[in-house]
Design a protein around this ligand. Structure first.
Ligand code: SF4
Length: 339
């Protein structure tokens, strides 16, 4: 999802371009104001991927986004004070064949308008917070789904996000058991990548490995390119997406090291960002366990005392001095890719 003001068309297009280059297959943009939905008319035709309009509070924005050509509308009925207003969006999306993603996120599921419902929700949460939240999320989505289905609309995607990975895992398992609709996975408000990465991957990997989930967003308080890079890596690691970019494996380091491997690995990672091919590169700290651990690498470097051996397809091709390791490895990577 972009973090720019969508009405700043140039900045938004630049960010969408960066997200697509990082591997995004679809991009969501926020449309809180009329200038934002007006901007969609310039953004959508200029984008190589579908653009999803993220709507909160004001259904008028959803109607304008549909009119502007949005590929999907993300609507959180929990943020609409008058649910009947969703009907006009249903009609517009039905007419244009635009799917709607409806979410029951932790932050908006507890009823704020109906005192009876609110009290029931509070009781459920007091008895067992995680189980109560999951129950409320599923109940909420059931209520929304009935509303949409009741008006002949079934082009739905469902989501039930939380900042708590255990709630996310339980909620999506429950959704998968309850509904046949596609599920959009996410751990919301995960924080910065340094902590949010573990929080997000813990939940999403568990669900994806069980075959649950159709689209994914990782949410960080950071440049959204990090979100896409991590989501793509996760899907590739789980074999759910073909690898199109280099894969770097490196030894975890130990007392046998005789070079600054951590720094070398970081430099290789940076240089591999320029390589646009699914090559597997290994950077190992020694030849003791290195060859076995690097098995399967297309190009591998084994560092030693003042020297390094480079192998291509498991065969030794050259020995270089420590100061030449990085450039020599990248030369072999480029040669391999051009082959
Ligand atoms: Fe240690 Fe060598 Fe294994 Fe790296 S490859 S962890 S240096 S034994």
């Amino acid at each position: 999802m972009t973090s720019t003001h969508t009405h700043d068309v140039d900045a938004t297009l630049r960010q969408i371009d960066a997200l697509v280059k990082a591997g995004a297959d679809l991009v969501r943009v926020a449309v809180p104001s009329k200038p934002d939905t007006d901007a969609l008319r310039r953004i959508i035709p200029a984008c190589p991927v579908p653009i999803i309009a993220d709507v909160h509070f004001d259904v008028q924005r959803a109607l304008e986004a549909v009119e502007a050509g949005a590929a999907k509308i993300r609507l959180n009925p929990g943020t609409l004070s008058d649910k009947s207003k969703a009907l006009s969006v249903i009609a517009a999306c039905k007419e244009r064949g635009v799917p709607i993603r409806i979410g029951a996120n932790e932050g908006s599921v507890v009823d704020r308008y109906d005192a009876g419902q609110r009290s029931r929700h509070e009781q459920l949460l007091a008895a067992d917070r995680r189980a109560g939240l999951v129950r409320i999320m599923v109940d909420r989505l059931t209520e929304y789904v009935r509303l949409f289905e009741g008006h002949g609309f079934e082009d739905l995607v469902l989501a039930a996000k939380s900042p708590d990975p255990l709630v996310v895992i339980d909620a999506y398992r429950a959704l998968a058991n309850t509904f046949d609709y596609p599920l959009h996975l996410g751990v919301t408000h995960a924080g910065p990548p340094s902590t949010g990465r573990i929080r997000s991957i813990a939940a999403l990997a568990a669900l994806l490995a069980e075959g649950i989930g159709d689209t994914v967003r990782i949410s960080y308080a950071a440049d959204p390119v990090y979100e896409v890079e991590d989501a793509v890596e996760l899907l590739q690691c789980l074999g759910l997406r073909e690898r199109r970019r280099p894969e770097l494996i490196a030894c975890p380091t130990c007392g046998r090291l005789e070079v600054d491997l951590v720094s070398l690995v970081e430099q290789v990672r940076e240089r591999l960002a320029e390589v646009d091919a699914p090559i597997k590169v290994a950077v190992m700290g020694c030849v003791v366990n290195g060859p076995g651990e690097a098995e399967g690498a297309d190009v591998a470097l084994f560092a030693g005392k003042g020297k390094a051996v480079i192998c291509v397809d498991g065969k030794q091709v050259r020995t270089v001095e420590e100061g030449e390791m990085l450039d020599a490895l990248m030369d072999e990577v480029r040669r391999y890719v051009s082959r």
